[in-house]
Design a protein around this ligand. Structure first.
Ligand SMILES: [Zn+2]
Ligand SMILES: [Zn+2]
Length: 181
């Protein structure tokens, strides 16, 4: 059975799932891929979610949950009094309800570009970023104006200062969110 594709998390199987046999709490099917990352829902969180139930929205609907919070997407204000986001609602819902999230120290952030959510490529360390430094430095400098260069030299894929790398599916621009443990 072919695995579902997640356009906004193209490396999801390396990042957000583990290979372990079990029965999906949502569809009841025996599966070999278990979702590992964030899922916010009101009741008890399911222990085993399969990628199929994430991709078709069934898990989000059954548990009234979301993998990434609505206002964790860049361009969406948590304040309902603010103007509505300029990103199309269906694209925002695709991130919240049908795209695996990623693990983070702090509240996760989903970056946007060209009026749409970016794709999450994965975790990046300083060396990974060298070829695209000019693209991602402004993102780091905006949040950490004084320490940007130091931070960029000390990021790792799995340490306490992690680069979360995104890419715009429209224009190819890379974006970076720094997650500090
Ligand atoms: Zn399932
Ligand atoms: Zn773009």
């Amino acid at each position: 059975m072919e695995r579902p594709v997640f356009p906004y998390s193209p490396n999801a199987y390396a990042i957000s799932f583990e290979e372990v046999a079990g029965v999906c709490d949502c569809c009841g099917e025996p599966r070999t891929l278990r979702y590992l990352c964030s899922f916010h829902c009101a009741g008890d969180a399911p222990d085993y979610l399969c990628p199929w139930c994430i991709a078709d929205g069934r898990a989000a609907a059954s548990y009234e949950g979301e993998f990434t919070g609505w206002s964790d997407i860049e361009g969406v204000s948590p304040d309902p009094a603010d103007p509505p986001p300029t990103i199309a609602r269906e694209l925002l819902l695709e991130i919240c309800e049908r795209t695996p999230g990623y693990s983070s120290w702090q509240q996760s952030v989903w970056l946007s570009h060209c009026e749409r959510p970016c794709a999450f490529l994965g975790f990046a360390g300083s060396e990974d970023l060298l070829p695209i430094l000019d693209q991602v430095r402004p993102d780091v400098a905006e949040v950490n104006p004084r320490d940007a260069d130091w931070l960029l030299e000390h990021l790792s894929r799995d340490g306490e200062m992690v680069g979360c790398l995104f890419q715009c599916l429209q224009c190819g621009q890379h974006r970076l969110h720094v997650d500090l443990g």
